[in-house]
Design a protein around this ligand. Structure first.
Ligand code: NAD
Ligand code: MG
Length: 388
């Protein structure tokens, strides 16, 4: 029986994780559930799964949650230290890291340091602290399994010993697929007028609001590019982005002998979640099999003129140090402002670029430097917002 902590249980990935766990009560038991704002939803999940711990963000929410639970046995805690506590607890085996944004970094790192099996959905954590994060995985002998559908696909297409280095195992490049988002065919003039409502309606996936906006600007693919470089120890030039609007092929790996391996499936996050939960075994995910005759698959190169976030992310990865953390923080502020109707859609990459050009990069060799860069970038981005 695997004991599982779900960081971000009330979110889109959290709910899909619980849906897979529901199919396998003999294999998985919910150890801890955490949430930020939707306390009623967290209460509903606690009543259903009766976890050992429930963690909220604000201390004031402890009594709110307690009042909604009609049983003893779930201990309620609050704050980031409590998130780290349930992620590193001796009785927990597996941690689903599904908090959105930089808020997920410390609890995810706590799970890594404790040598857990870490299912990583929270790509922002790896973007911010890639070198430090991957070093901690090695030192603590944690098992890191990618949940992002593209990275899970790549993981499935690589040989087991890929950790030796991509070149050593005969890989020429990774092809990272992107749907292109809801505005793939929009002109600049159309992009200038898009609303949060439109941006949150992804053609193929139902996701949280922040990642939906990231998918619309293609910053999601930029973050995933950085994520792929760290996860698979790839050089930036070994990762190529391909637009594939149907999201049926979730990514590919090209080998030196001319072979290209792909992972295909209906776009449903329960597939990568089940893959990572059971790895190296295979279990039911509740996802129907792909009917190839129903699909016409297309591929295009990305357009970096209309979607400048791609180039910003690639440059950030090439610069290294704290630059990816700065990119991520500026993006989080820009996306929140767009969702609040304080910033036009096309100003998202402009705001990020402003912050990147104003903040010098420093080596990202410790957590304090990374968190300081994150904080400085947020402050600069907030100040730059007043110009819009
Ligand atoms: P979501 O917004 O639906 O859920 C986010 C979860 O994090 C919620 O449970 C929320 O309570 C919690 N949370 C938010 N802010 C927090 C904070 N400050 N402190 C503690 N908890 C906080 O997001 P999602 O779509 O489930 O995405 C989660 C992560 O998974 C993101 O990093 C995203 O990029 C990644 N991801 C999501 C998908 C998807 O299909 N949704 C696919 C690939 C990767
Ligand atoms: Mg993805």
């Amino acid at each position: 029986m695997q004991q599982i902590t779900i960081l971000g249980a009330t979110g889109s990935i959290g709910q899909s994780t619980l849906a897979v766990i529901d199919l396998h009560p003999e294999r998985y038991r919910v150890f801890a559930l955490t949430a930020h704002q939707r306390i009623e939803e967290l209460a509903r999940l606690c009543l259903r799964y009766q976890p050992r711990y429930a963690v909220v963000q604000q201390a004031a929410d402890i009594s709110k949650l307690a009042a909604l639970l009609h049983y003893q046995g779930t201990e309620i805690l609050a704050g980031t230290d409590a998130l780290a506590y349930v992620a590193s607890h001796a009785e927990c085996d597996t941690v689903m890291a599904a908090i959105v944004g930089a808020a997920g970094l410390l609890p995810t790192l706590a799970a890594v340091h404790a040598g857990k099996r870490v299912l990583l959905a929270n790509k922002e954590a790896l973007v911010m602290a890639g070198a430090l994060f991957m070093r901690a995985v090695q030192e603590a002998k944690a098992t890191l399994l990618p949940i992002d559908s593209e990275h899970n696909a790549i993981f499935q297409c690589l040989p087991a010993h890929y950790g030796q280095g991509l070149t050593q195992v005969g890989v020429e490049r990774i092809l990272l697929t992107a749907s292109g988002g809801p505005f793939r065919q929009f002109t600049m003039a159309q992009l200038a007028a898009v609303t949060p409502e439109q941006a949150c309606k992804h053609p193929n996936w139902v996701m949280g609001r922040k990642i939906s906006v990231d998918s619309a600007t293609l910053m999601n693919k930029g973050l995933e590019f950085i994520e792929a470089c760290w996860l698979f120890n790839a050089r930036p030039e070994q990762v190529q982005i391909v637009i594939h609007p149907q999201s049926i092929i979730h990514s590919l790996v090209q080998y030196v002998d001319g072979s290209t391996l792909a992972q295909l499936g209906n776009p449903d996050m329960r597939t990568p979640i089940a893959n990572a939960l059971a790895f190296p075994e295979r279990i039911q995910a509740g996802v129907s099999a792909l009917d190839l005759c129903q699909h016409h698959l297309q591929f295009y190169p990305p357009d970096e003129q209309r979607f400048p976030c791609l180039a910003l992310a690639r440059q950030a990865m090439q610069q290294g140090g704290t630059t990816p953390a700065i990119l991520n923080a500026a993006n989080e502020v820009a996306v929140a402002a767009f969702l609040n109707e304080q910033l036009p859609f096309i100003a998202i990459p402009q705001l990020i670029e402003t912050v990147l050009t104003q903040l010098p990069m420093s080596p990202a060799d410790n957590l304090e430097t990374i968190l300081a860069a994150d904080e400085q970038a947020r402050q600069l981005a907030q100040r730059a917002l007043s110009r819009y």
